[in-house]
Design a protein around this ligand. Sequence first.
Ligand SMILES: [Zn+2]
Length: 249
Amino acid sequence: MKAFRVNILSLAGLGLLMAAMLVGQSSLGECFRPDADRKTPACLLIEPVICRSTEGKEPAVSRLDRKAIESVYAQANIQIAWLQPRYLDHTAARDGTANWKKVSEIGAKRGLWGSGPIRVSLVFVNAIGGKPGPRGLGAIDSRPERPFGPGGPICIVALPDKQKAPVMETFCVAHEIGHCLGLVHAVKDPLVPDDKTNIMSGGKYSERIGKNALMPSHIRQVRKSKLLWRRCVTESGGAKSSRTQSSGK
Ligand SMILES: [Zn+2]
C-alpha cells in the first residue's frame, strides 16, 4: 500500500501539469480507488488523436457523438472528460497500411501517449488493416508489462467519409472504449447472459449502446480499470481537485 502511494505521488506533478496543458479550462481528474459501488463517481479522460498525411493535411474522419458515448459509461457512473485533439501526421498510419503495432510505435516515438495523465487515446484513421470503416480496434497497449491488465490505453477507429450509419459508428467507438476498460466480447465472457444485447454482444446497434448497454458484470469490470480517475473536476465550475493521480502502475 505504501509503495502504491509513492507511485501515485511520483506521477501526480507530471500528470496534472500535462492535464492542465491539454485540457485548459475544461477538467482535471484525480485518483479513483477501484470499488464495485457505482455510487462513487469516476472519471475517464479521452484524448482524440487524429491521423493526417505526413504533410499534416487531410485528416481522417473524427466524428463523435459524445453524448451517446457518455450515456453508455454513465451507466457505470463514469463521466468522460474529452481532451483537446492531437494529431499524428503519418500517411501510412492514417491510411491503414501501417498496422496497429506500427501506429502504436509511431505514436510512442512522437510522445503521443507515453506521458501525461492516464487516459484513453482514441486514434482516428481512414482504414484498419487496409479495410475502411466503420471498424475499430481497442485495448492496445504497446508496453511489454501491460500495466492496464486486460484493457489498454489506445484504441483505433476508422470511420467512412460519408456518414451512412451513425448509430453503428457510435457503437464502434463506445465498444472500443469498452475494450480499453477491460471488456471482452460476450461470446468469450461467461458472466454475460447470451440473450441480452449489450455493448459487447451482437444485436441491434441502438440496443448495443442503449440504456442496458453495460451488464452488471461489465460495470464491475470497467470500474476496476486503472484508466479511471476519481472524478472529473470542472475548473470553470469552481471545484478543485486534490491534485493526486493514480493508475500509473
Ligand atoms: Zn470488439
